[in-house]
Design a protein around this ligand. Structure first.
Ligand SMILES: [Zn+2]
Length: 575
């Protein structure tokens, strides 16, 4: 293990701008530097490097980290190798601390050490080797029409039947990382077994090419048909899209992405030459997915199964897309015949027919109007009234001005009212300029109290010394606050923020920290960190006082002990 203070020394001697510039030319933009992101395809730069904060962040794909993290991701080096490479450049020798034997320390090292990606890589390799050995699995893929080339492109493998096959791939089957990556299931009695058994394995790869999870499909009958990795520090379902890594180039070339429901659809489409498809992973299409795809391309086409569940998924996608629509970008819906999914449809009809269908996909506005008007008799006043009610939440959710305006005109015409009447009914006011806070000026919602506290600690770690010892909270930001405090206490509050970022890379809190830090790029130079911090702690203490007071009050004055009575009166006086 490399000592934390060495990481700090190294980061202090490096300038992230120099490190990134060795690989990617940067342009100055305000206080920061920007470039087109080296980790995903894009035309306008959303990759940002902050010299003052010494981290990089991509607003397109979420890539985030320090100089060390950048070299790891860009040069594909492991943690230790990246540190050695950078240390060489500034003439430092990397000391290696021998692992102390204590349980707590070992647990801590496992939490912090960024080796989860390596574990996934080993598993991917193992499953792929097993596929070569299983004629039954090979026959299954062949029967689905998949070639060896496509199987290799998507890294498809096979998890054999049996309970502890992964013991052959990992020297220590009890290692905590197998549990953290979701490869094994640990029972209440601390027994372990492989999560994926007798399944075709589809590695889920992030835009940086790292395996972060798996989807497993049964070969014959069996439940569940599809099984995904659980949420882990590496894998967050609502943020990932299956096949995006492989499809990036084709999406850019076509300026179009096709969103389907399953990984078999993605692979089958690629087999037939439709290489711009991605799939959600056992979740509905989230707002995050939509934002991510709209940054990549001009046109999103959703194609869900023809059945009822598919229709429902399509409508959910529409609802989630409305707030993120951009004038000039297109979203369409491809409806397949009821008995088909994209996989079965392209196998039966071929690429040309399928792509013709993609071309003719229904624009979002037509789909919206069709659904709000469905089964209504617009010749009656009741029907037109219902149309107005149904359309209201949808139309008011749209932020894109031209799209919203055109839809309002159409709904107004359909219901026989004027545009002005509809706008009055929907309480759509001419855009008024209210006084705006610093956060609104930047076009962002203010962060929650826990997020802001986390940001204060990142910006000025020494503030951690002033945290009340009984501070607590719920949610990922609060958990990250506590984890940061734990690391800070261990090092007597001597760490600076880039070191903190680095130490949390590859841990459960990495994403939370990345989001908090990305937000901090919008802080103005007049942002007063210690004042914000003092305010937050004041509010927390105030909340505690109120809770104590209410608890004493609930007990009833006559039931209080003498010290409780004194405390009660004291709290009462303070108000
Ligand atoms: Zn990016």
């Amino acid at each position: 293990m490399i000592p934390k203070n060495f990481i700090q020394d190294l980061l202090n001697r490096l300038d992230i701008v120099d490190v990134v510039e060795r690989y990617v030319p940067l342009k100055k933009a305000g206080a920061n530097f920007v470039a087109c992101c080296p980790f995903h395809n894009e035309k306008s730069p959303s990759f940002t490097v902050s010299q003052t904060k010494q981290f990089y962040h991509c607003f397109g794909c979420g890539a985030h980290g320090t100089a060390i993290g950048f070299v790891m991701e860009h040069a594909g080096l492991g943690y230790v190798d990246a540190i050695e490479e950078l240390a060489r450049g500034v003439g430092l020798e990397v000391p290696h601390e021998r692992q102390a034997a204590g349980d707590a320390q070992r647990e801590y090292a496992q939490k912090i050490a960024p080796d989860l990606y390596e574990v996934m890589q080993t598993a991917t390799h193992y499953y792929r080797e097993q596929l070569k050995l299983s004629q039954r699995a090979i026959d299954y893929l062949k029967q689905r029409g998949l070639s060896g080339e496509i199987a290799a492109k998507f890294g498809i493998g096979y998890a054999p039947d049996g309970w502890q096959n992964l013991a052959a791939a990992f020297p220590d089957y009890q290692d905590a990382t197998l549990n953290e990556t979701g490869l094994v299931i640990t029972t209440d009695e601390a027994k372990r077994y492989d999560r994926f058994r007798d399944r075709i394995m589809f590695p889920i790869i992030n835009v940086r090419g790292q395996v972060i999870g798996f989807g497993g499909r049964v070969l014959d009958k069996g439940e569940p048909k599809y099984l995904n990795s659980p949420e882990t520090p590496l894998f967050e379902k609502g943020r990932e899209l299956y096949g995006l890594y492989q499809a990036q180039k084709a999406i850019r070339a076509r300026q179009q992405v096709l969103v389907v429901e399953g990984y078999m659809d993605v692979v089958a489409l690629a087999q037939h030459g439709v290489e711009y498809a991605v799939a959600t992973l056992g979740t509905a299409t989230t707002p995050y997915h939509i934002q991510k795809l709209l940054r990549l391309t001009e046109h999103i086409v959703f194609s869900f199964d023809g059945d009822k569940a598919g229709q429902k998924a399509a409508w959910r996608a529409l609802e989630n897309a409305l707030p993120y629509l951009q004038d000039g970008k297109r979203i369409s819906f491809l409806f397949l015949p009821v008995e088909h999914d994209p996989d079965s449809f392209i196998r039966e009809s071929g690429r040309d027919v399928f792509e013709q269908r993609v071309l003719e996909a229904m624009p979002l506005s037509s789909y919206l109007l069709r659904e709000v008007g469905a089964e209504l008799d617009l010749r009656t006043q009741e029907g037109r009234n219902q149309l107005l009610q149904r359309a209201k939440p949808l139309l008011t959710a749209i932020a894109a001005p031209a799209t919203a305006l055109l839809l309002r005109k159409e709904v107004a015409a359909l219901s026989g009212v004027s545009q002005a009447e509809l706008e009055a009914l929907y309480e759509i006011k001419p855009v008024a300029r209210a006084p705006r806070s610093a956060f609104q000026k930047a076009g962002r919602a203010p962060p929650s109290a826990h997020r802001l506290l986390l940001q204060c600690l990142i910006e000025q770690p020494a503030l951690g010394q002033q945290m009340p010892s009984d501070w607590h909270g719920q949610g990922s930001d609060a958990e990250a606050v506590l984890a940061v405090l734990m690391v800070l206490r261990e090092t007597d509050f001597t760490l600076n923020s880039p070191t903190l970022t680095q130490l949390f890379q590859g841990t459960a809190h990495e994403k939370t920290l990345a989001m908090a830090e990305a937000d901090m790029l919008n802080w103005g130079s007049d942002f007063d960190v210690s004042a914000e911090f003092t305010g937050l702690i004041g509010k927390f203490n105030e909340g505690l006082r109120r809770q104590k007071f209410q608890a004493l009050q609930a007990k009833g004055l006559s039931n209080l002990t003498e010290p409780e009575r004194e405390q009660f009166l004291l709290l009462l006086q303070r108000g």
